[in-house]
Design a protein around this ligand. Sequence first.
Ligand SMILES: O=P(O)(O)OC[C@H]1O[C@H](OP(=O)(O)OP(=O)(O)O)[C@H](O)[C@@H]1O
Length: 230
Amino acid sequence: MQFLKDFLYLFFPKICITCQENLLSNEYILCTMCKYDLPLIDNNTHTNKKLASIFFGKTDINMVKSFLYYRKEGKVQQLIHHLKYKNREDIGSFLGNWFGHQLKEQKLFTNINYIVPVPLHPKKLKLRGYNQVTKFGISLSNILNIEYKPNILIRTSISKTQTLKQRFERFSNTNTKFKLTNIQFFENKHILLIDDVITTGATLEACCNELLKTKNITISIATLAYTEKT
Ligand SMILES: O=P(O)(O)OC[C@H]1O[C@H](OP(=O)(O)OP(=O)(O)O)[C@H](O)[C@@H]1O
C-alpha cells in the first residue's frame, strides 16, 4: 500500500495549501514549516477572555474556545478559504483532529452531550455541496466521544455572506435565521455549538438565542478560528 502511495506521489505530488511547496509523502495539507507556523490560540488567557466577552450580556454561554487566530492574508485565511470554497473538506478533519486532541489533553468539554453545527441554509448547502463544519464536528465527535447532532438546529432564511461585510453590517444581517426542529430535544443537555470562524459573534449569538428556547439547556462554543478585533 505504501509502495502504491509513493508511486502515485511521483506523478501527482501534493502541495502545501499555504506555501505551494511540494509536500513530502508523510506531510498532509501543510508542509511541516507552515504547520508549525500556524498561530494557535491555545491557553492565551487574554484571547480567551476576549472571546468570552463577545457574548457577555448578549446571550448565555458556558465556555467558548477557538483554535487559531484568523488574520487577513494569513495562512489561516487560506485554509478556511480552501475549506469553504475549494472543496477541501479534508481541512476540516485535519484541524478538527488537532483541535480535538488539544481539548482532550486539556480535559475541556468533558460534560458535553451533543455537538451541534451552525447549519447552512439548504440552498447554500446545495450550492457548496457540504457544510464546511461537518468534518470538524465529526472529528471532535470521534476524539471527545460525543454524539454529533446536525438537523435539530436549522437555518430558515438565506442571507448574504458575512465574509465580505464590515462588523456593524454583520450584526444587522443575522436576525432570527435559525429554528429548532424539536424544542425539547436538548432539554437538560449541554451542547457544544461549532462553527468555522468567529468574527463579531453575530451568527453564533443568533443560534444561541434560538437554542435557548429549550428548557435548561447549557451551551458552549468551539470554532476553528477567531478574527481578533484590533
Ligand atoms: O461572527 P460573525 O461576524 O457572525 O461571522 C462568522 C460567520 O461568517 C461566516 O459565514 P458567512 O455568512 O460568510 O458564510 P458563507 O460564506 O457560508 O456565506 C463564517 O462561516 C461564520 O459563520
